[in-house]
Structure formats: C-alpha cells, structure tokens
Write a protein that binds this ligand. Structure first.
Ligand code: HEM
Ligand code: HEM
Length: 256
C-alpha cells in the first residue's frame, strides 16, 4: 500500500500520532525504571523482610504499567487495523515483536498474581503464589533485554519531550505530561491507600504456614499462635499440652 505525503500529513494531525505514541511509550518506560529497580532490590535483599516496600512499590507501579500497556496496545491495534500512519511507521524490530506477547503476558501474570495474593485464600492463593515467582523470573529476563534494546532511545525521546522547544514538533506533549503525571500520582495514592491493608500480603507466608500446620495437626486448630479462650476471644498464648501430649503418647482418645 502506497502512502501519500498528504495522507501522512493528515494522520499527523491525529492527537495520538505514531510519533506521539512512541514518545509516550518511551517516557513511561523511563518513569518505570527507578521504581522497578527498587522492586528488584526488595527481591534481592529478601522479599519477605522488605514485603511492605515490595507491596507499596508494586501497587504504585500499577497505573504506569497500565499506561505502558495501553500505549503499546494502541500501537498494536492501530497497526493491525491498517491505520496508514502506523503501517508506515512499521512494527517493532522482529526479535522484539516476537517477544512482545510473552512480555505482556508475563507482566499481566506477575502483577495480577501479586495483587491477587492479598485477596485470595486456600487453593486459589496457592496458585497465585506458584505463578508469581516464575513469572517474575521470565519478566525480569525480558525486561533486562527490553531495557538493553530501548534505554538509549527512551532517554533520547524523553529528553526531547522535556525540551522547552521541541524541534521535532511531536503533537500532544501536554496530554502526555498529564497522562504520565496522573499515572505517577494515582500510583502513589493507591500505594498509600493500601498501607492499612498491607497485612493481607505481609502475613500470607505466616498464615499459609499456620494453615499447613493446622492441616497436619487439626487438633491444634488452624492457627499456631492463637487459641480459643472459653470466652470465645482468641489468646496469643499457645495451648497447654494435654497430659497425653506432654508424656509423648499423643492426645488421649475421646472414647470415654
Ligand atoms: C513494566 C515494564 C515494561 C513493559 C510491560 C513494557 C512493554 C513494552 C511493549 C509491549 C512494547 C512494544 C513492543 C516492543 O517494541 O518491544 C514496548 C516498547 C518500548 N519500550 Fe517498554 N515496557 C516496559 C518497560 C520499559 C522501560 C523500563 C523502558 C526504557 C527504559 C522501555 C522503553 C520502551 C521503548 C523505547 C519502546 C519502543 C517504543 C516504540 O517503538 O513505539 N520500556 N514496551
Ligand atoms: C515488578 C514487579 C514484581 C516483581 C519483580 C516481584 C517479584 C517477586 C519475587 C521474586 C518474589 C519471591 C517469590 C518466591 O519466593 O517464590 C515475590 C514475592 C511476593 N510478591 Fe512480588 N513481585 C512484583 C510485584 C508484586 C506486586 C504488585 C505485589 C502485590 C501487590 C507483590 C506481592 C508479593 C508477595 C505477597 C510475595 C510473597 C509470596 C509468597 O510468600 O509466596 N509482588 N515477588
């Protein structure tokens, strides 16, 4: 398909031109870089020790990650719907084009499983936990490659978008600034709003451990550290072992 210069010119009028879309994708990538490094640091330093930071940063990243998936998804849809300007721009280079679906899928599984761990229980929680670790390994490998390939271009595009006078005159700069600022602010607000509920994520390891212990020894209840008082309130002290347990013969039978 031949693209005339007049057609290209009219497409440039489009507020989300390929050049504007590319700028947005690059700027969001640069904005993601620092918090992603913090997230990786929490993993390297011991994710369970730094779980509050891990959850705060993970949640705060969500709007920017969604913006990134939206800008790249927009380019994908426009290209496959044969929009002239996006076809003229062409797809990403072949290796990145092949890896993009896997990268997007790993991103969705990683963040969705991370968030879901705070809301799920039982078998569903177990599945989310089993997905999160492997997804993070695939995701980090692909992100590493992604950054090696795109970092230079992302920094150049971001610097151009920040200049007072944009030589390339890529339209939509104000809209891009609003979108990126909104993603950052929404992320911080979301992360902050969830601080009171962080125990949902921070405690899952202990809760799960307790649950497993409960399953092995139901006589001890589902919680190792909490036992029922006759009043019905829970006590943080462990239950006194029965005489049979103390002598190592196991619990006495209830045959009467
Ligand atoms: C959550 C992390 C990220 C996700 C999910 C993500 C996703 C994507 C996807 C799906 C594409 C389109 C396919 C491709 O060209 O490979 C893309 C393009 C791109 N990304 Fe990322 N990315 C992330 C982080 C980053 C970072 C940290 C940078 C920069 C340091 C970056 C810079 C770029 C650039 C420059 C492009 C090409 C834009 C274009 O040609 O239109 N990305 N990203
Ligand atoms: C950049 C994104 C993320 C990366 C690279 C990442 C990476 C990891 C890694 C490597 C682990 C250890 C897995 C294991 O021990 O099997 C982990 C655990 C965990 N992450 Fe993430 N994570 C990310 C985002 C999130 C988000 C968004 C949340 C929740 C809001 C989250 C919540 C958790 C929780 C609760 C655990 C403990 C899981 C368990 O004890 O089984 N993560 N994360």
């Amino acid at each position: 398909m031949r693209v005339t210069s007049r057609e290209l010119e009219s497409d440039r009028e489009d507020a989300v031109s390929p050049a504007g879309n590319e700028r947005l994708t690059a700027v969001v990538g640069v904005v993601l870089l620092a918090p992603v490094l913090v997230e990786v640091a929490t993993v390297l330093l011991g994710v369970h020790t730094f779980m509050s930071v891990h959850v705060f940063v993970g949640v705060a990243l969500l709007p920017a990650v969604l913006l990134k998936l939206s800008s790249t998804g927009w380019r994908f849809v426009r290209y496959y719907m044969r929009n002239r300007a996006y076809v003229a721009q062409g797809p990403p280079r072949p290796a990145m084009r092949l890896l993009a679906p896997l990268f997007v899928a790993a991103t969705i599984v990683l963040f969705a499983s991370g968030v879901a761990m705070g809301f799920l229980h039982g078998h569903a929680l177990e599945i989310a936990r089993r997905l999160h670790g492997p997804a993070s390994v695939i995701w980090l490998a692909l992100l590493g490659l992604h950054v090696v390939v795109y970092l230079g271009r992302a920094l150049r595009d971001t610097a151009r978008d920040m200049q007072p006078v944009d030589q390339a005159r890529v339209r939509g700069r104000t809209a891009r600034r609003y979108a990126v600022s909104a993603a950052v602010v929404c992320g911080l607000v979301l992360g902050g709003a969830l601080i009171p509920a962080q125990h949902r994520w921070v405690d899952i390891r202990r809760d799960h451990h307790d649950l497993r212990e409960g399953a092995i020894s139901p006589a001890r209840g589902t919680s190792r550290s909490r036992t029922r008082r006759p009043s019905g309130r829970s006590s943080p002290r462990p239950a006194m072992p029965s005489p049979g347990q103390r002598s190592g013969r196991g619990a006495p039978s209830r045959r009467g």
